[in-house]
Each structure stands twice: as C-alpha cells, then as structure tokens.
Design a protein around this ligand. Structure first.
Ligand SMILES: NC(=O)c1ccc[n+]([C@@H]2O[C@H](COP(=O)([O-])OP(=O)(O)OC[C@H]3O[C@@H](n4cnc5c(N)ncnc54)[C@H](OP(=O)(O)O)[C@@H]3O)[C@@H](O)[C@H]2O)c1
Length: 244
C-alpha cells in the first residue's frame, strides 16, 4: 500500500478558506496532512473547507487572524501550535490590487507590504522560534511569476512578491539546516473576482493554458515532502510565463 507523503503532519496554510489557499489545503490533505485553515474574513468558507478536509479522513481546524495587523500575524503561530504542533507553514494569504505606480497611495503600499511581506516574515520567524530543537519543518511562500519579472501593473503587489522572493532566499540561509524554505511561483490558476475578460491570458503563456489545480497541488506536496536538501529555491508553476 502506498504511504501518503504528508501523513500525520500538521500544516498551517494562511488564506486557506477559499480559492488558491483552499486548493493548497485540499492538496495537502489528499497527501495525508492535517490542516490548520487560517482565514481573515471568510469564516463560513473556512468551515466548508474544514468539512471537505475532514471528509477526506484528515483532521482540520480553523483560526482567524487579520494579517494586516503585525500583532495578530505574530500570534497566529502560537495559537496554531496550541491547536496541533506544526510541521510546516504555507504563506498563501495576499492581496492583489489593480494599482499603478502613479495611483498607489502610501496606505495602499503599506497594506500590501503588511499582508504580503511582513506577515510571512513574522509567521516564519515565529514558526522557526517555536519549532522544537530536535524537529525539522518546512516553510513555503506562495509567490507569483511577477515576483521575478518587473512590470508596471499591480505595482505594490509585484514589489511585495519580489521582496517575498528575497525573503524566501534569505530565510532559507538563516534557517538552514533545520528548515528548508522555498517558494512556489504561480501563474494563471484562478482569475480574480474583478478580472473581467480573461480569455486572452492563455495567449501570453508559453504553455498556452491555465494551470490545473492538480499541477499546483503536486508542486506544493513536492516542496513539503520532497528532498530536504532543496532550500532557497523558487519553483515556477506558471507554464513559462516568467520567461517572456
Ligand atoms: N489566483 C491566481 O491565479 C494566482 C496567481 C499567482 C499567484 N497567486 C498567489 O496565490 C495566493 C492566493 O491567491 P488567490 O487568488 O486565491 O487570492 P485571493 O482570492 O485574493 O485570496 C486571498 C486570501 O488571502 C486572505 N487575506 C487577504 N487579506 C487578508 C488579511 N488582511 N488577513 C487575513 N487574510 C487575508 C483572504 O482570506 P479571507 O477571505 O478569509 O479574508 C483570502 O483567503 C496569493 O499569494 C497569490 O499571490 C494566485
């Protein structure tokens, strides 16, 4: 019988109530993990996700925290470890606002940095500090093909993800040898609610299509359960979009 690669490992996934975060949570659960579903405002959807994970035979819990508030971000790891000792942290929660350099206010900038960059920093720092000395763990930061590809659209989002890529590499160096830290840079997975017509996006992707949920889930499970010798790496699951 095949052993599930994440059996009995507890993983905290931020922003896991809905959309891509939920897809990541279900992928971990299908690979055997128990999941702590963090959510901000989507309480009902977090409960639904919990039910879907339990239906797979895994344990699941929900925890609320506003990641725009550094005190709540820092406290989330302690609350999660009190729920079930963590094996891994997946930073997926983020905001993605349609702003240019010209119309980004300081408030917009700071909101993106707090949620997309400061929260993963505080969560990763607390995760490492609380991981028992004799244990190893993993941190995965969810990035975007835009992180390593300068562009004028979604300006503060792009910069926050570029900085998160830098955080991923520096944290990997800081937390070796105990905690591999890697990034998963996604391409077109799900259109944002305010996206309008997305039918032409495939034409800008070398692979000429959106990714499937399974492709994203397989890559995450690889980073969580695969070789611990891989650290500071950023895997693009974007059909080659960052190349052009
Ligand atoms: N969608 C794509 O195709 C795509 C492409 C490339 C990269 N990504 C990356 O994948 C991740 C998820 O993308 P998505 O499209 O699913 O994003 P989304 O629909 O915008 O969802 C964002 C998630 O972040 C959480 N969140 C936002 N602000 C928060 C706050 N202040 N406090 C707590 N939680 C907060 C939300 O939780 P609540 O709803 O509970 O408030 C929600 O679950 C992001 O890191 C994004 O950059 C996605």
């Amino acid at each position: 019988m095949e052993t599930l690669p994440l059996l009995n490992k507890t993983i905290l996934i931020t922003g896991a109530a809905r959309r891509v975060g939920k897809l990541l949570a279900l992928g971990c659960a299908q690979a055997g993990a128990d999941v702590i579903i963090h959510y901000g405002q989507s309480a009902a959807q977090a409960e639904e996700t919990r039910g879907e994970i339990e239906a797979l035979g895994r344990r699941a819990w929900t925890l609320q925290a506003d990641l725009s508030r550094p005190d709540e971000a820092a406290g989330l790891i302690t609350r999660a470890n009190q729920t079930a000792p963590l094996f891994a942290l997946v930073n997926s929660a983020a905001i993605f606002e349609d702003l240019t350099l010209a119309n980004t206010t300081l408030t917009d900038w700071e909101r993106h940095m707090h949620i997309n960059l400061t929260a993963p920093f505080l969560l990763g720092q607390a995760f490492a500090a609380q991981l028992p000395q004799e244990q190893t763990g993993r941190i995965i930061n969810i990035l975007d093909w835009r992180a390593l590809h300068p562009g004028p659209d979604h300006f503060p989002y792009t910069i926050s993800k570029a900085a998160l890529a830098a955080l991923t590499r520096s944290m990997a160096a800081a937390l070796a040898p105990r905690i591999p830290v890697n990034g998963l840079a996604l391409g077109a997975v799900l259109p944002p609610a305010d996206a309008g017509d997305t039918s032409r996006i495939s034409a800008s992707i070398p692979m000429e299509r959106w990714s499937t949920p399974e492709e994203v889930q397989q890559a995450l499970v690889f980073l969580l359960a695969g070789p611990a010798y891989i650290t500071g790496e950023i895997i693009h699951v974007d059909g080659g979009r960052h190349l052009i």
